[in-house]
Ligand binder design. Structure first.
Ligand code: DAT
Ligand code: MG
Length: 136
């Protein structure tokens, strides 16, 4: 059975011109692109997207970072797409992320780890509605 996940190429990924690289890895894996948009995130949307982290010491920096430049939002579909994309992304801390993963290959700092992927079916549904109300 197919499922959908929300993927973000965060502003660091756009700035470093590796959007194509990330999309290429998604496509090579066999996942399908369902929606794609380059956008500047309003602060309100960023705070809602990361609501689970509000109150943590890094929340302010996280919101500043994700609203600090254009990002690319995608809806990606396939069998176990949520888990499949998080495996492509690698661990949250890029130094711990395995080489061969997106974070393992392209990042060094936890605050600038290139991509986001939904972590559960409930998160995916909420995040897809937030970014692409017309797709959800
Ligand atoms: P993930 O993006 O792997 O789902 P998460 O949901 O725990 O990780 O955190 C969301 C983002 O917040 C993460 O991609 C980077 C940032 N972050 C997490 N922990 C952090 C920390 N200890 N210091 C700074 N930024 C952090
Ligand atoms: Mg998360």
């Amino acid at each position: 059975m197919s499922e959908r996940t929300l993927v973000l190429v965060k502003p660091d990924g756009v700035r470093r011109a590796i959007v194509g690289e990330v999309i290429s890895r998604i496509e090579r894996k066999g996942l399908k692109l369902v929606a794609l948009e380059l956008k500047n995130l309003p602060r309100e949307t960023a705070e809602s997207h990361y609501a689970e982290h509000s109150g943590k010491p890094f929340f302010g920096e996280l919101v500043d970072f994700i609203t600090g430049g254009p990002l690319v939002a995608l809806v990606v579909e396939g069998p176990r797409a949520i888990e499949a994309f998080r495996a492509l992304a690698g661990a949250t801390d890029p130094v711990k992320a395995a080489p061969g993963t997106i974070r393992g290959d392209f990042a060094l700092e936890i605050g600038e780890n290139i991509v986001h992927g939904s972590d559960s079916p409930e998160s995916a549904e909420r995040e897809i509605k937030l970014f692409f109300p017309e797709v959800a």
